[in-house]
Design a protein around this ligand. Structure first.
Ligand code: GLY
Length: 439
C-alpha cells in the first residue's frame, strides 16, 4: 500500500518510520528532514498549506491513505480536499478537527453532551463580559484564544501572566488583534494537579487508547522557564503513570469516547488520532484540551512501543473497523535536543553532529525535528526543537539512563533537560499528586 505522510518533524519521522515497516511511504514536508528522507521511497518539499500541490503529489504516487501529522493542515481542510480526490486520511475533516481548532466548540460540546471532566469556563465575544467573568472568578484564570496559535496563545495566571489584571490586558490584546482569527476568547478556571496525555486511535466510532505519557513543557531544569512545545516525555510499562491509577486512566478514556460520540452527532465522524491533555485533579481527570493529531514528543513514546502494524491500523481507521492494537510492556523516555538559544525564536543555523550508529548501539533511537539538510548534506539547526532521542527499557529509570548516554553522541550548540523522567522529578510528581488529593 502507498501511504503519504504530511509534515516535517520528529512526530512525522516516527510515523513514517513505523509505517515503512509495512507500507511504501511517501512524504510531503516543508523542509528537507534527513530522517523522513531516509525512510521514504520518495518525498516532496513544499508548503504544508499548498493543498493543491499535496493532492497532486498524492495522485501522482497512487497514494491510498494519507497520514496527517500537524494540526494546521487539518484546520485548513486538507482531509476534505484529499477525500474529495479519492484519497482516504488518518486525520479528521475540517469540521471534526474543531475539537482542537476551536476551543469554544470543544468546551460547548462538553456542556451540550453532559460529558464529565468539564470545568468552569466561559466563551466571550464582548470585552466587558470577559472582564466581568474574570472578576467573578476571583481565582487565577487561564486565557485561551479560540483558534490555533501554534502553541503560543494560551496564557496562565501564575505562569506567563502575573495577575488577573494582567490577564485582562491580554484579553484586550486578543480582541484588538483578532488573535487566531476570532474577536473572542475562552476563559477558564486554573486546574490544579498533574498533567498527562492519553492518545487514541479513532475510526469514527471506536477508540483504542494508547499508553499514557507525561510531557515536560517548561524549557529549563526543575520545570521552570517558558512553556515550549515539550522538552521530553515518558511512559511506564504498565501503560499508566506513577501518579495515575487504572481508574483514572479508564475515566479519561471514557471522556474521550463520549467526546468522539458527541463530535459524530454534532458534526461528522472523527477519524484519526485524538490527543487528550488531562489534568488529574483532586476530584478526578479534567480535560485541559484536545489535539486532533499525535502529540510531539508523546508520539515517540507510544509509537516506539507499538507492536502492531500501523499501516493496518490506518486502513482500519479509514474503514471504521478498528480492532486490537498491541503495545509492548516497556517504559519509554524521550528527550528533546534544542538549540542553545531555544525557545528564543532567532534561527541558530549551525551544524549539529549526530552519530546515529552510536545512539543505536547505546539502545536508543533518534528522530529529527526542526533541522534541515544543507547542500553539503550537513544537518543544521533552526530555531525550534531539533532532535528527539527515545529509549525504551523495563523501568522509566533504566530508559532515562539509556537516553542520557545516547545523547552524548549529539554535538553542537544545543542543550536538553537532563532532569526529564529522573527518579527525583517523578517522586516530586507523585508527592504533588498526594498533596492535591489531600493524602
Ligand atoms: N506535547 C504537546 C503537543 O503535542 O501539543
Amino acid at each position: 500500500m502507498n501511504m503519504l505522510v504530511i509534515g516535517s518533524g520528529a512526530r512525522e519521522h516516527i510515523i513514517a518510520k513505523t509505517l515503512s515497516r509495512n507500507a511504501d511511504v511517501y512524504t510531503y514536508m516543508s523542509k528537507k528532514n534527513p530522517g523522513l528522507i531516509d525512510v521514504s521511497i520518495d518525498y516532496m518539499v513544499g508548503s504544508e498549506s499548498d493543498f493543491d500541490a499535496i493532492v497532486s503529489y498524492a495522485k501522482d504516487n497512487d497514494i491510498e491513505i494519507a497520514f496527517i501529522g500537524p494540526e494546521a493542515p487539518l484546520e485548513g481542510g486538507i482531509v476534505d480536499q484529499l477525500n474529495d480526490n479519492g484519497i482516504s486520511c488518518v486525520g479528521p475533516t475540517k469540521k471534526a478537527a474543531q475539537i482542537e481548532t476551536n476551543k469554544a466548540f470543544m468546551r460547548q460540546l462538553f456542556v451540550d453532551y453532559d460529558i464529565e471532566g468539564s470545568i468552569k469556563y466561559g466563551t466571550f465575544y464582548d470585552l466587558d463580559e470577559a472582564y466581568e467573568f474574570i472578576d467573578e472568578l476571583d481565582e487565577p484564570v487561564v486565557v485561551k484564544p479560540i483558534g490555533l496559535t501554534g502553541g503560543k496563545g494560551v496564557k496562565i495566571v501564575g505562569d506567563q501572566l502575573e495577575s488577573n489584571e494582567e490577564a485582562k490586558e491580554y484579553v484586550k490584546e486578543i480582541f484588538d488583534e483578532k488573535m487566531s482569527g476570532y474577536e473572542g476568547v475562552v476563559l477558564e478556571e486554573l486546574l490544579v494537579g498533574e498533567e498527562y496525555t492519553i492518545q487514541a486511535f479513532v475510526d469514527g466510532e471506536h477508540i483504542i487508547p494508547m499508553p499514557a505519557a507525561q510531557d515536560h513543557p517548561h524549557a529549563f531544569e526543575g520545570n521552570i522557564g517558558p512553556i515550549t512545545g515539550g522538552m521530553g516525555s515518558y511512559s511506564s510499562k504498565d501503560h499508566l503513570l506513577p501518579f495515575l491509577t487504572k481508574d483514572d486512566y479508564d475515566a479519561s478514556v471514557s471522556i474521550m469516547k463520549k467526546t468522539i460520540d458527541a463530535i459524530a452527532q454534532e458534526e461528522e465522524p472523527y477519524k484519526g488520532i485524538l490527543y487528550g491533555q488531562f489534568m488529574l485533579c483532586k476530584d478526578g481527570p479534567k480535560v485541559i484540551e484536545y489535539n486532533a493529531r499525535f502529540g510531539d514528543p508523546e508520539a515517540m513514546n507510544v509509537l516506539s512501543l507499538l507492536d502492531s502494524n500501523l499501516a493496518n491500523i490506518s486502513k482500519q481507521i479509514v474503514d471504521g473497523t478498528l480492532d486490537t492494537v498491541v503495545f509492548k510492556r516497556k517504559s519509554s523516555v524521550c528527550k528533546y535536543i534544542v538549540p542553545d538559544n531555544y525557545p528564543n525564536t532567532e534561527a541558530n543555523d549551525t551544524i549539529v553532529e549526530v552519530d546515529e550508529e552510536k545512539i543505536n548501539d547505546d539502545g536508543a533511537d533518534v528522530y529529527y525535528a526542526a533541522v534541515y539538510l544543507d547542500d553539503n548534506n550537513d544537518i543544521r539547526l533552526t530555531s525550534s526543537r531539533a532532535i528527539a532521542v527515545i529509549a525504551e527499557d523495563d523501568t522509566i529509570n533504566q530508559a532515562e539512563e539509556v537516553c542520557e548516554e545516547a545523547i552524548k553522541n549529539i554535538n553542537g550548540e544545543v542543550y536538553h533537560r537532563s532532569d526529564v523522567a529522573t527518579e527525583k522529578l517523578i517522586d516530586e510528581k507523585i508527592q504533588h499528586m498526594k498533596e492535591v488529593k489531600g493524602e
